[in-house]
Design a protein. Sequence first.
Length: 450
Amino acid sequence: MRARKTVIRTPPSLIALVVRRIAVFAALAMLAQTAGIFVEYWFDDQATERLAIEVETEALAQGLSAHEDRAAFSLPPDLVARYGAADSGYFVRVRTAAGAQLFSNCSDACEALFPPLAFRPLVFWMRQVQPGKPLQVAGGRVVAEAPEPVMIEIAVVEDRAGVIPQVFAREVIHHVLPPMGLMLVFVLGATVLSVMQMLRPVQRAARQVAALDPGAQAARLPTEGMPREIAGFADAVNTAFDRIGELMSSQRLLTSAISHEVRTPLAVARLELEKIADPRARKVEGDLEALNHLVEQLTSLARVEGAPLASMEQIDPAALAERVIGDLAPFVYASGKSIALDVRDASPFAGHPALIENALRNLVENAVRHTPEGAAIRVDVGPGAAFCVHDDGDRARNVRPADGAGGKPGRQGLGLRIVDRIAVVHRGRFEWTRIAGLGVAARIDFAPSP
């Protein structure tokens, strides 16, 4: 079976959604206005016919010229196919007010469609050749006054070139596209600017939420200057942080109480067992030692959760590693392992010394517990503000607390979870890598001091 590939789609931004919807509604508005114009001109034949006469006579007027103080006319090249023949379905006559004919593509038809040449032309005239659809119309208008008044008269009997649809398209272009285009530009611009300005408090709040530590008592979002809706969201986030803080405080209190209450009985039990000379007592002592280690880890966890409230100090990683390895060396050698220190370009950083020592101690102890006798452990300090504990764990007969190729431990013990939490408190990173045939490397990086 072929595995399905999961495609993770990035959600669109709010601005993109708003622009997309405005564009859709603008397109719908343009279609509605176009439909309105179509309905208006479809049912108002006179308006359509008048507009057709105005458009055609305006185009024909491009052929007018003056010659020796007299008007002259030649058919514009782009209208030759339409008005150059008498059987095209389009008729034209160009005349002066004095009755002189400058151009005509008809003879008997002109007499039937147009007024006599002796008739003094009006500024505009129009009549239907035949009522109904398709439209058939004749009309004319005065298009020039100098050097003498000139009237162009046309008749559309068979609209083979689609003059009427062109008139409709021209009306749509002139009365829909420019106003709707300008409106769309201004509305989109104003909307995008408004949305961007309204989203600034949300973006600022998102950055503040990402920087907040739920364990800090002052982990709150400021609501000053926010719109009412966004301020309500910020208040809800603050309420959630308050509840998280209460839960974490209760957890720290419970962890600390358990560790302190259990430590004393464990110490008393160990003292009593030391007085018993029995192999079974030694077995119980080992179990108590493991339980005592768990109590110490719980105490460390409580200390970690309270660490963000304490001030940080400048830490020398090389000196801290030497101190921790010096303290753990007897334990390492007593377990039949060896340990070495390698310092390379280590950088100081700000942190909680007790927590950093605890993290390094946990990594070394974890390596000791999960490697066989004779294993070699090496602690690398640097480059930068980092510690890395290597061991040849692939020779181990035991199973590591987490197994995999690399990354953060999955099923890790309490000690490694404490290390991970210490890294988070210091805004660092904890990861481990298993190298086949060589061993395991557990690395913790801290942010160096500026």
